[in-house]
Write a protein that binds this ligand. Structure first.
Ligand SMILES: Cc1ncc(COP(=O)(O)O)c(C=O)c1O
Length: 381
């Protein structure tokens, strides 16, 4: 049975007056998420404090993310951001010994690369995996960089600036053959594409709830394979990272036996309400249906953009892309501005205008995008 996409679209009031194509920057506010944020305020006004209820909201987010990623709840840390998860993980990693190399792809979002470069003070050596001549990163380049001196490789699922999807399972296979840990950044795919951490074979994964997961900023997650958790003791932590949050022990650090050891302080309560509702929306429709819908929309958009003479930085092949279509421009900031004046909300990075689709988009948004771009041909590359 196919989803009722018109009904889904109607949950997002912004779409009544905008062709919104910036979900990889910030997802739209849906009616159920708005209601959840209101519920938080009502609970605050009525009860004042509700620690039990608030912790339950954070646990609901953990359970929702576990289901979405095909992980166990014990393998999910609810964090304040993707960066917070990477920092906690980095703090637990010994990068001073014979295996002190961290490999990062050139498709990483800055925060990941920056955090690993920050570990250089602790002995880490960071090696970047460069693009090939076609702008993609072939597995052979990972093969070259990952060696017996490597501790961890960070790989992004879908690149934030050109929409290219990497062969994460292929990278994980190479890494594991060499005893190397794999950290996946799935911020630009989770909620829009199937992210099955077990099928991909990654040891860790990070992301957040403000984009395709339809929640809000200020909340993220770290997945940690339960077989890796015991050997990792973060030095970035806090009382919500303890085996017993209520132990109130100031004489020892007793990390949780679960991935919660990668958490820190009080959960972002209001954001948990929003994230629970956002993840719930994704689950109600189903990621497989959302992924198929986005594949159709982006495929049609790419065909029409190519016909209109746009040069695309995103490969057309379905397996090599996700929810983003990146259009080359001579002045991406100006072109994005021109589109916004016409009610077409896109975003830009790295010389590309980024049209980032969610399942709530439809062909009218594609039409508005093509029309807006062709009306400003002088800014197309
Ligand atoms: C792929 C990717 N990774 C990481 C981040 C940063 O996440 P956070 O701000 O939660 O640390 C972003 C934010 O846009 C992103 O797109």
């Amino acid at each position: 049975m196919s989803a009722d996409w018109a009904a889904f679209r109607a949950l997002f009031p912004t779409l009544r007056h905008k062709a919104y194509l910036a979900s990889g920057s910030y997802g739209l506010l849906g009616a159920p998420v708005e209601a959840a944020i209101r519920r938080y305020m009502e609970d605050r006004l009525e009860k004042g404090a509700d620690w039990g209820g608030w912790v339950a909201r954070a646990e609901a987010v953990r359970d929702g993310m576990a289901a979405l990623l095909n992980a166990g709840a014990d393998e999910i840390a609810v964090t304040a951001s993707a960066s917070a998860g990477i920092n906690a993980l980095a703090s637990a990693l010994d990068v001073s010994g014979a295996r002190n190399k961290v490999v990062v792809s050139n498709f990483e979002f800055p925060t990941g690369a920056q955090i690993w470069h920050a570990q250089e003070r602790r002995g880490a050596v960071v090696e970047h995996v460069p693009e090939g001549p076609d702008g993609g990163i072939p597995l052979a380049h990972f093969e070259r960089a990952i060696d017996e001196r490597t501790k961890l490789v960070q790989v992004t699922h879908v690149c934030y600036r050109n929409g290219q999807r990497l062969d994460v399972a292929g990278v994980a296979r190479i890494a594991h053959e060499r005893g190397v840990l794999v950290l996946l950044d799935c911020f630009q795919s989770v909620g829009a594409l199937e992210v099955d951490v077990k099928a991909l074979g990654v040891d860790f994964a990070v992301g957040g709830m403000l984009k395709y997961l339809l929640g809000t900023a200020g909340i993220g997650f770290l997945y940690a394979d339960r077989r890796r958790i015991a050997e990792m003791v973060p030095t970035v932590g806090g009382w919500f990272a303890q085996a017993d949050t209520n132990a109130m022990d100031i004489f020892a650090n007793d990390p949780s036996p679960t991935a919660a050891r990668f958490q820190a302080g009080t959960p972002p309560v209001m954001n948990c309400y929003a994230a629970e509702a956002g993840v719930g929306l994704i689950q109600a429709v189903g990621v497989a249906a959302i992924e198929a819908r986005i594949r159709d929309l982006t495929g049609e958009a790419m065909d029409r953009l190519a016909e209109a003479g746009c040069k695309l930085a995103t490969p057309r092949e379905d397996a090599r892309r996700g929810p983003q279509v990146a259009i080359r421009s001579t002045d991406a900031a100006a072109l994005t501005e021109r589109l916004a004046e016409r009610g077409v909300i896109a975003s830009w990075r790295d010389g590309n205008v980024r049209a980032m689709f969610h399942a709530y988009n439809d062909v009218s948004d594609i039409g508005a995008l093509v029309e807006g771009l062709t009306a400003h041909r002088e800014l197309l590359a």
